[in-house]
Design a protein around this ligand. Structure first.
Ligand code: NDP
Ligand code: MG
Length: 385
């Protein structure tokens, strides 16, 4: 039996993971999980999943909950997440928190020899080098949950890496894929949250519209598959049916197709290397699909994708600056404090002001993350853009 720590149980990936886990009670058990702001849902999950340990946001909440649920242990903050991820009972950690908070618990879990199923792409964007080194050193497997990376991972099975010449990541184009740059000037939060193909958390839905999500995924792919940036390509594919592809050096393409349903890559990560019958599949019928479309990606239309390639290539602390600035700007957009197109301006400004540290320690990465947040928040308060 796999005994799972689910970081971010109250989120979109958290909910899909719980569905998969609960379909196979004899295979999986969630022994610990975390939630943050959603106390109501968190309490429901405690009653439903009967975990041993739960990580919450604050000490006050942890104290109150331990009175309400005396059979459960509670922790809080970052140390709570680390405990949830490293407890001796846990064999696999599924990191589904959103944002840079995922890095430290994932690294600690690797050091504690837990298998990792990784949804939180920010972990590799910030600390790809440290995380992959730690995984190698501790002989820990990192299984991708992100659908594109799961697709590539599935295509790579049985295919030696040296035969692969390119990774081709598909992008739906997000909520505003049919808008021109001029039309983006006055778009609002509600429209931005209407993703055409996937139902996801708010932050990643905005990132999909700005194409920052694809940028983060390019960096994630670089680290997961040890592929040079020149050999990672992004193309627009509005049906999101092909989740991604690999190209072989002899010119053959291998693609993975399926429904836009995160339960599928989550299940693959949980059952890997086995394939197990899916219990709650979304209907998928190729005969109802009239055509598949592919388009060249435009860096002019989606400048944040170009920015992400630059950050990835530069390495060091720059991807962390990009990520932190983006997290703060997206939050501000969601709270209607800045306009949609200002997101990219804040990200670019933060990166321009940054003096890159080429080989940062974890402490440096976390400090850069903190400083960037403070700086971008100040700029937003002043209304820089
Ligand atoms: P959601 O916003 O739906 O959920 C985020 C989860 O993280 C919630 O459980 C939330 O708790 C928790 N959380 C947020 N901030 C903190 C914090 N500071 N400390 C501790 N916990 C926190 O996000 P998604 O499920 O959509 O995405 C999660 C991760 O997976 C992201 O990194 C995303 O990029 C990645 N991903 C998501 C996909 C998707 O389809 N949704 C696809 C591929 C990757 P609470 O709700 O209680 O506040
Ligand atoms: Mg994805």
């Amino acid at each position: 039996m796999k005994r799972i720590a689910l970081l971010g149980a109250t989120g979109s990936i958290g909910a899909s993971t719980i569905e998969v886990v609960c379909s196979y009670p004899e295979e999986f058990k969630i022994v610990s999980f975390s939630f943050y702001r959603n106390l109501e849902k968190g309490k429901q999950l405690i009653k439903r999943l009967l975990p041993q340990f739960v990580a919450v946001a604050t000490e006050k909440e942890a104290l109150a909950l331990s009175k309400e649920f005396p059979n459960v242990q509670f922790g809080f903050g970052l140390s709570g997440l680390v405990t949830a991820a490293t407890m001796s009972e846990v064999t696999m950690v599924l990191t589904a928190v959103s944002g840079s908070i995922g890095l430290v618990p994932t690294l600690e879990a690797i050091k504690a020899h837990k298998e990792i199923a990784l949804a939180n792409k920010e972990t590799l964007v910030m600390g790809g080098d440290l995380v992959m080194q730690a995984a190698k050193e501790h002989k820990v497997r990192i299984l991708p949950v992100d659908s594109e990376h799961s697709a590539i991972f599935q295509c790579l099975q049985g295919n030696p890496r040296e035969n692969v010449s390119e990774l081709l990541i598909t992008a739906s184009g997000g909520s505003f894929r049919d808008y021109s740059r001029a039309e983006l000037k006055n778009v609002g939060v509600k429209e931005a949250l209407c993703h055409p193909n996937w139902s996801m958390g708010k932050k990643i839905t905005i990132d999909s519209a700005t194409m920052m999500n694809k940028g983060l995924e390019v960096i994630e792919a670089h680290w997961l598959f040890q592929m040079e940036y020149d050999k990672i390509k992004v193309i627009l594919h509005k049906e999101s049916l092909i989740h991604s592809m690999i190209v072989f050096k002899d010119g053959a393409y291998l693609a993975q197709l399926g429904a836009s349903d995160m339960r599928e890559p989550i299940q693959y990560a949980l059952t890997y290397p086995k394939r197990v019958e899916i219990k709650q599949a979304t209907p998928f019928d190729l005969t109802t699909i009239e055509a598949l479309h592919f388009e060249k990606m435009s860096f002019e239309r989606f400048p944040l994708l170009k920015v992400a390639f630059e950050a990835g290539r530069a390495g060091g602390t720059l991807p962390s600056v990009m990520n932190a600035a983006n997290e703060v700007a997206v939050e501000a957009f969601l709270n209607q404090k800045i306009r949609y197109l200002s997101i990219e301006k804040y990200v670019q400004e933060a990166m321009m002001k940054h003096q890159n540290h080429p080989i940062p320690s974890l402490e440096t990465l976390l400090e850069v993350d903190r400083q960037t947040r403070v700086m971008v928040n100040e700029w937003i308060k002043k209304g820089l853009f």
